[in-house]
Design a protein around this ligand. Structure first.
Ligand code: CFM
Length: 539
């Protein structure tokens, strides 16, 4: 079988019926950098076809599990059948570290209304009210967030009315999310709904001022495997004050106060770009994309923060921190590179990591031959410059777009448009932009949106990459084919992988996985001899 990406594309989709074949054809592209600087168009953020085994999750997962869940002292209450809470219970490995032993931390809990048939038939609002009150009396949280699962939307329970009533009765902040699993194409819709909720119900509630000089928020960092701890340490040593993180290791109070920062740093563009945009419109806080995955990317991102604040002392401290960290990075990187150079990787995950983690592989000489997001949008692939041309379809119209205007009292542009333009002109800074995954990939590599299980198997058979990066649903199917699978969602049991120390961990873990002899003892199905008895071949 040819390994030419154009032939591979045809091979992946030839088994599908005609209509599906056309759809998938638009979602699989071969990368090229055209003379005018553009990359090919990819169809993304479209509904998966019934019958396809997709990697995707649901809208509720994106809202509760991804964006709000990692905050430790917002009490998350799931309105739905108990099954919906299974995946919401710490499986994402988002960590948190309360300020003290008696500080509020609800991360270990899993609260659900445990809807039964009776509630589906007669309505679940009463049960929800009882659950909110019970949760309040048990934990005395500052805020309770109610998350809707599919049946809630189907039967028409009004979680917002319940939230308003409970807010008035209990005197704490209670708010609901219409994040029913089916509401959008994927978990991406849940991100948007969560962003709207953060903006409507939390951001801007606390005016406590800060007199530190370099105040930032870190957006789209969820402290998976302790990534956020590594970044907090680096930023602190540089002398940068992190007002709030959305939402790894975060608190309700920090989010309520986040509009006092002077710069928003966006790690995961897909899940939180809405908050960044809305905070700029209402409060005047500029945002820029950063990437703390990869040692070189981390250094670059830190330098960009220093450039924004235009302070020689800060720039010097940033250089010191980079120098301190890079010695250890270099030592491991060169050792690992010698063993991994030339090996190949595939990354199919989420809406941001399939891009960011390519940087780590590049640093140890490994080549990404295929990559894709589960639920990224065209701007995550091609860059935000495509945004003005995007058509609003029925699915995107289904999610509320908040009409955000400058706050009459609190809008305070941190930099004038002229200052921002000047900064962009003098340095590598770019505001309100994300260049996307494809421009940073080599020509003639495959980019596949919403990869299916069938396509996964064919890709592995054809290319036999040295490592495949995905999630728990794919992991063991892939490894049974004799190819190691690194979970890029939960990091398996490893991490942190962010920043400099995280890069060292990643290099060591990948080295161990791609150079382990065990894989040569697994006989993948396509190498099993035809004359073997069927039972043996099936083993
Ligand atoms: Fe952003 Fe994430 Fe991701 Fe994401 Fe996710 Fe995740 Fe992910 Mo799993 S917020 S888009 S919805 S970086 S949970 S921490 S690993 S799919 S690539």
């Amino acid at each position: 079988m040819s390994t030419n990406p154009r032939d591979v594309k045809e091979e992946l989709i030839q088994i599908y019926p005609k209509k599906l074949r056309q759809r998938r054809s638009d979602q699989i592209v071969v990368t090229e950098h055209r003379e005018d600087g553009s990359v090919p168009e990819i169809k993304a953020n479209m509904r998966s076809s019934p019958g396809i085994i997709t990697q995707r999750g649901c809208t509720y997962a994106g809202c509760k599990g991804v964006v709000i869940g990692p905050s430790r002292d917002i009490l998350s209450l799931v309105h739905g059948p108990i099954g919906c809470s299974f995946y919401a219970w710490l499986t994402r490995r988002n960590q948190t570290r309360p300020e003290s032993l008696d500080a509020q931390n609800f991360i270990n809990y899993c609260l659900s209304t445990d809807m039964q048939e009776e509630n589906i038939v007669f309505g679940g609002e009463k049960k929800l009210k009882v659950a909110v009150k019970e949760a309040y009396h048990l934990f005395h949280p500052k805020a309770i967030a109610i998350f809707s699962t599919c049946p809630v939307g189907l039967i028409g329970d009004d979680v917002h009315a319940v939230a308003r009533e409970m807010k008035a009765e209990l005197g704490i902040n209670v708010f609901g999310f219409s994040c029913e699993g089916y509401r959008g194409v994927s978990q991406s819709a849940g991100h948007h709904i969560a962003n709207n909720g953060l903006f409507k119900h939390i951001i801007g509630l606390d005016e406590t001022p800060h007199d530190e000089k370099f105040k930032i928020n870190l957006l789209g960092e969820y402290n998976i495997g302790g990534d956020g701890f590594v970044l907090e340490d680096i930023l602190k040593r540089c002398g940068i004050t992190q007002i709030s993180t959305f939402s790894g290791n975060s608190t309700y109070a920090a989010m309520a106060n986040s509009h006092t920062a002077d710069l928003n740093l966006v790690m995961c563009h897909r899940s939180i770009n809405y908050v960044a945009e809305m905070m700029e419109k209402r409060f005047g806080i500029p945002w820029m994309k950063v990437n703390f995955i990869g040692a070189d990317s981390t250094a670059k991102s830190l330098r960009r923060i220093a450039e924004y604040f235009e302070d020689a002392g800060l720039a010097a401290r940033v250089e010191e921190v980079i120098a301190e960290e890079m010695a250890a990075v270099e030592a491991t990187r060169s050792l690992v590179k010698a063993r991994c150079q030339g090996k190949t990787a595939m990354l199919f995950v989420g809406g941001s990591r399939a891009h960011h983690y390519q940087m780590l592989f590049t640093e140890i000489g490994m080549k990404t031959i295929a990559a894709g997001y589960e639920f990224g949008h065209r701007d995550d692939y091609e860059g935000r410059k495509v945004l003005p041309g995007l058509k609003v379809d029925a699915d995107s119209r289904n999610i509320e777009e908040l009409d955000v205007v400058p706050d009459p009292e609190r809008y305070r542009p941190r930099r004038t448009p002229e200052q921002l333009a000047k900064l962009e002109g003098m340095s590598e800074l770019e505001f309100r932009d994300y260049i996307g995954m494809m421009p940073e990939m080599e020509d003639e590599t495959l980019v596949i949106d919403d990869l299916s299980h069938h396509e996964t198997e064919r890709l592995l058979e054809i290319y036999k990459p040295d490592i495949f990066c995905a999630g728990i649903k794919e992991k063991y199917a892939v490894q049974k084919m004799g190819i190691p699978c690194k979970q890029l969602h939960s990091y398996d049991y490893g991490g942190p992988y962010a920043g400099f120390k995280g890069a060292i961990n990643f290099f060591n873990d990948i080295d161990r996985m791609v150079n382990m002899k065990i894989w040569s003892y697994v006989t993948p199905p396509w190498q099993q001899k035809a004359e073997q008895p069927a039972e043996v071949a099936a083993d």
